[in-house]
Design a binder for this molecule. Structure first.
Ligand code: ASP
Ligand code: MG
Length: 455
């Protein structure tokens, strides 16, 4: 059985980072790793910028803007590879540069094909990083082979955010990877990229390499998917607020999904869907601390030894309260209300209702004045900006109401609004004034995690 090891852009930022990856892969050699890698950090952004310049008609300036991208690859190759391997890679780099230059010059001529051209240009980030990484692995005596991810991940033709076609991808991925693994060779693929059935290059959307890793893991039935990044797994709270926050050893898929919304450096729920469907555990590891266990996200809902897993928070939240006697015993009111948010394409996070009022929290307050005007047709509107959402997450909350009481008594002197409990059995969420959120999170962390705190 194989494992998938995915390395993000910062894990292959320069020569030293590539070498570090080689050490990490070497340590897992016996587990039959399949390596998935992002473009070198910043490269996708640079390639995208070049396509924007090219669209203005200045293909030459677009190409010139990529000088540093090519130099970084060259520098890493010069530092890490010896004669024939270096020459081989530099030749590929040159031919990639020629192809990119060609593609950029087509931007002005074929405006209707821009998205397809864009995918073709940005795909070189992952094509180059994966070829270079395979060469670096070989240089350090790990038998590795670059595999073009476009021969594995077959997608629809929604350029820039293509969706994989599972049955086609399954056949192709197995045909491409299994023989390589059987020969004891480490396949190295670029994340993020795929191809349509007709062979046109596509991409899966920004940050798509995690998705590739999960897909590959599911398609070859891997025993574990490792996401290597630059943080030590998922923490019990934001370390900027709680400096002694600890790494959470295990999370269920649903706990990870709850935390993802708070921008905890966790996986996007969509990303790990293929892993969830196949019950494959996902481990988040730190390339700067490879010995650490990181966080294992898996199907088991582990409720002990701790009841809650994390206290997440998010600032910059606006709360809107709409009060109207019309709501009492009437139907259609909530629909009218939510239609306002819908029209303004505003995402509502927490909602609480009483008989005559509804409170909602919003992330950005962009369309606020226009929205308030429309809401005022429904009732009295009160807007409070500068609020923060606090979210306590843990499978242990399922049917353990005492925890919420314990949490609130810890912060009983602080004004809490919009309490939402029960919508999800594994979290409860509330809103406090932004200015007190640090205190709230710190005190809750102290209350629930004090035993292991270093204080
Ligand atoms: N290189 C792509 C991006 O920056 C994909 C990824 O890194 O996951 O969006
Ligand atoms: Mg990236």
């Amino acid at each position: 059985m194989a494992i998938v090891m995915k390395f993000g852009g910062t894990s292959v930022a320069d020569a030293a980072a590539f070498e570090n990856v080689a050490r990490i892969v070497a340590a897992e050699h016996k587990a039959a790793p399949v390596v998935v890698v992002s473009a070198m950090s910043g490269v996708t952004d640079s390639l995208l910028k070049a396509t924007v310049i090219a669209a203005t008609g200045d293909a030459q300036r677009a190409f010139a803007s990529l000088e540093n991208v090519f130099k970084r690859h060259e520098a890493a190759a010069n530092e890490l590879l010896s004669d024939t391997k270096r020459e081989g890679f530099l030749k590929q780099l040159q031919s990639a540069a020629d192809d990119i230059s060609q593609l950029l010059s087509q931007f002005a001529q074929k405006p209707s094909e821009r998205k397809a051209l864009q995918d073709a240009v940005v795909s070189f980030g992952e094509i180059l990083s994966s070829t270079l990484l395979a060469a670096v692995l070989n240089q350090s005596d790990i038998n590795a082979r670059p595999v073009d991810a476009r021969r594995c991940i077959i997608t629809d033709d929604e350029h820039t955010c293509a969706a994989p076609l599972m049955s086609e991808s399954s056949t192709h991925t197995q045909n491409e990877l299994l023989p390589v693994l059987e020969d004891g060779i480490v396949p190295v693929l670029g994340g993020f990229i795929g191809a349509t059935k007709q062979g046109a290059t596509t991409t899966l959307g920004r940050g798509g390499s995690d998705y590739t890793a999960a897909l590959i893991g599911a398609l070859i039935g891997a025993s574990e998917i490792q996401i290597w990044t630059d943080v030590t797994g998922v923490l019990t709270a934001d370390p900027r607020v709680v400096p002694h926050a600890q790494t959470i050893e295990r999370l269920s898929y649903s706990e990870a999904a709850e935390l993802a919304y708070f921008g905890a450096k966790v996986l996007h729920p969509k990303t790990i869907q293929p892993a969830i469907e196949n019950s494959i555990p996902v481990r988040i590891c730190n390339s700067r601390e490879p010995e650490a266990q990181g966080t294992l996200v898996g199907p088991q809902a582990e409720t002990s030894p701790r009841t809650i897993k994390a206290i997440a928070h998010k600032t910059g939240v606006t709360v809107i309260q709409i009060t109207s006697a019309r709501m009492l015993g009437a139907y259609g009111f909530l629909r009218a209300l939510f239609e306002v948010f819908d029209r303004h394409r505003t995402v509502v996070d927490v909602v609480t209702t009483s008989e005559v009022s509804v409170s909602v929290s919003l992330d950005e307050a962009g369309a606020l004045p226009a929205m308030v005007e429309e809401l005022e047709e429904l009732g009295t509107v009160r807007v409070r900006k500068g609020q923060a959402i606090v979210c306590v997450v843990g499978e242990g909350l399922r049917g353990t109401p005492g925890i919420a009481a314990r949490a609130f008594s810890t912060i009983s002197d602080i004004n809490v609004s919009l309490i939402s409990q029960g919508a999800s059995p594994i979290n409860f969420t509330f809103v406090v004034y932004e200015g007190r959120v640090v205190e709230v999170v710190t005190r809750l962390h102290e209350e629930f995690f004090a035993t292991k705190s270093t204080k």
